[in-house]
Design a protein around this ligand. Structure first.
Ligand code: HEC
Ligand code: HEC
Length: 348
């Protein structure tokens, strides 16, 4: 709500002061973003460390923070592959010397990790600061990002256990990154002169061997990465866990049917914990009516939900017989709402 009303305020201010800004192209439309607004969005950290905030953090603090904010998904040592490929592991002391992760080309690695792939430490800093923890992106302070990154670097045996990472020494750490020389620019994502001619690309040519499709082509091609099946459901529906706004909601890990199943299972647990299942069966009457009997009775009544919520809360008798349902005032309102919705949706 706060976010919403603040937006309105900004809009109101914007229209009030729109005339104060001279706009060449879009006269009267919106206003120029203020430097403070631009700064709030402009948080990217580049390979040359432009954009890097000042700060520092040590391995020990990073260990604590990681345990608290990251380990549930990535494992205590960044080793878990439950939600994503592991963050840590897969590099050797030799890789730190050469700057090329040998396991990537030899095929010896069972699985890639963040530190086998990444060529610039700024990218990891930027990513954590921008996107993690998954459930609360942009919540970390710069010192916390430094500390967590120090911990990950220590896991990777790039820095010692008593190390403090800071904006002063991060450039030195870059020189120890295992895959720092592993970045290729010789593909179509890098337009411009080919690398052979001193540029950083291959002239914008795509790097696939396929010919362009000219007939009977797929109307739509989906490109993306998919979690392996065993990993998909380990943390529930990731899509519902962050970003309640905007077009990008995160990956749907359960699929609509499985998501409903998981939600149903959770609600059944709630119903059992709340004592409802002592008197109600899914299908048939125990003390009170079976839930499918309730669904059948109310299926055409649009106000059933609110009436039943009130009834469950207050208790009562006479609809199904003379035995009363005792009041359920000790159960949280929101739980009663969840339970009634679940019953009416044809609980399973
Ligand atoms: C609720 C689960 C969850 C938590 C908690 C979490 N992450 Fe993640 N993390 C993910 C998911 C899912 C991805 C993949 C995201 C994607 O590709 O969109 C990811 C990706 C990453 C990556 C990129 C890996 C790569 O190689 O591309 C890094 C680095 C990372 N997380 C670090 C962290 C750190 C540090 C924390 C704690 C501050 C954290 N994560 C907390 C779920 C989580
Ligand atoms: C001690 C037994 C008992 C418990 C515990 C109980 N109920 Fe009931 N419930 C009944 C009885 C008996 C009725 C029938 C009341 C009537 O005839 O008006 C009933 C009726 C209902 C109805 C239909 C109401 C109507 O007017 O048609 C719903 C929905 C319901 N219960 C849900 C719940 C939920 C959800 C819980 C747990 C929070 C719960 N009940 C706990 C005995 C119980």
């Amino acid at each position: 709500m706060f976010r919403f009303s603040k937006t309105l305020l900004v809009l109101a201010l914007a229209s009030a002061s729109a005339t104060a800004f001279a706009f060449d192209k879009y006269q009267g439309v919106g206003r120029q973003a203020t430097p403070a607004e631009v700064k709030a969005w402009d948080i990217d950290v580049r390979p040359d460390f432009k954009g890097l905030p000042k700060g520092s953090g040590n391995v020990e603090r990073g260990n604590e923070l990681f345990e608290e904010k990251c380990a549930s998904c990535h494992g205590s040592f960044g080793e878990s592959n439950e939600v994503f490929t592991p963050l840590a592991g897969g590099t050797t002391k030799d890789d730190i010397k050469t700057g090329n992760v040998k396991g990537l080309s030899s095929g010896e690695l069972p699985q890639r990790t963040t530190f086998t792939k990444v060529a610039t430490i700024s990218t990891v800093f930027d990513y954590i600061q921008r996107a993690m923890p998954w459930t609360a992106p942009k919540s970390l302070k710069p010192d916390e990002v430094y500390a967590i990154l120090a911990y990950l670097l220590n896991l990777q045996e790039i820095v010692p256990a008593d190390f403090t990472l800071s904006d002063k020494n991060i450039a030195d750490v870059q020189k120890l990154l295992p895959n720092r020389n592993g970045m290729t620019t010789d593909h179509g994502m890098w337009p411009g002169a080919p690398a052979k001619k001193g540029g950083i690309g291959n002239g914008g040519k795509p790097d696939t061997a396929n010919k362009a499709c000219m007939k009977n082509c797929k109307p739509e091609v989906q490109i993306g990465s998919t979690l392996p099946d065993y990993a998909r459901t380990a943390h529930g529906e990731l899509r519902d866990q962050n970003r309640s706004f905007g077009p990008v909601r995160g990956t749907q890990t359960l699929g609509p049917e499985a998501a409903k199943k998981a939600a149903d299972a959770g609600t059944l647990e709630l119903a059992t914990k709340s004592g409802c299942m002592a008197c109600h069966g899914m299908k048939s009457k125990i003390v009170g009516p079976g839930y499918s009997e309730v669904v059948a009775r109310y299926k055409d009544q649009t106000d059933a939900e609110s009436r039943l919520i009130a009834k469950v809360k207050a208790g009562g008798q006479g609809v199904w017989g003379s035995i009363p349902m005792p009041p359920n005032g000790h159960i949280k309102d929101e739980d009663i709402t969840t339970l009634v919705k679940w019953i009416l949706s044809g609980s399973k």
